[in-house]
Design a protein around this ligand. Structure first.
Ligand SMILES: [Mg+2]
Length: 159
């Protein structure tokens, strides 16, 4: 699968080419650290820009659904109420999707594979990290990074 690996943080993304798409934003590591709820102004600015020419949704695999909904509400972006987790493409059944779906996120095994299964595009962003992030989360991120390197090595994921 092709992954657009931007190697920049979400707020540094060049989004000019993203037009007429259904954009699904990940939360943890993508819009903020997994230990934070507050979304920084520069992040919100990019979300607002995306909204001008696209339909934007938020979806997170975080076990704390209330936190995810709270974050989505705080920046006025609809949260996808799906009883599934990424990479399950059934998540798309819960929204009105356009023909072009773009998943923006920091993880290969969730955001990347979701995009692959849904025949969508994946934009991989550099992960926001904070010292308060849980050890479990740090391990999950490490495992994901290793999986991504292996996938690239095996040419499963190409950038
Ligand atoms: Mg994430």
């Amino acid at each position: 699968m092709f992954i657009k690996d931007e190697n920049v943080f979400f707020h540094e993304l060049d989004i000019h080419d993203i037009v007429d798409a259904t954009v699904i934003l990940d939360i943890d590591g993508t819009l903020t650290c997994s230990s934070k709820k507050q979304i920084k102004k520069e992040v919100i600015k990019v979300v607002r820009e995306l909204e001008k020419k696209n339909v934007v949704y938020i979806f997170s695999n975080n076990y704390n659904g209330n936190r995810s909904r709270e974050i989505a509400a705080s920046i006025n972006i609809p949260y996808i109420e799906a009883p599934h987790k990424k990479p399950n493409k059934k998540i798309l059944k819960y929204i009105d999707e356009t023909c072009l779906v773009i998943a923006i996120g920091d993880k290969y095994l969730t955001d990347g594979l979701f995009a692959q299964f849904a025949k969508a595009q994946h934009i991989r962003v550099k992960r926001y990290r904070c010292s308060d992030d849980s050890m479990m989360d740090k391990v999950a991120c490490f495992v994901d990074d290793v999986a991504y390197v292996i996938a690239k090595f095996l040419h499963i994921a190409t950038t």
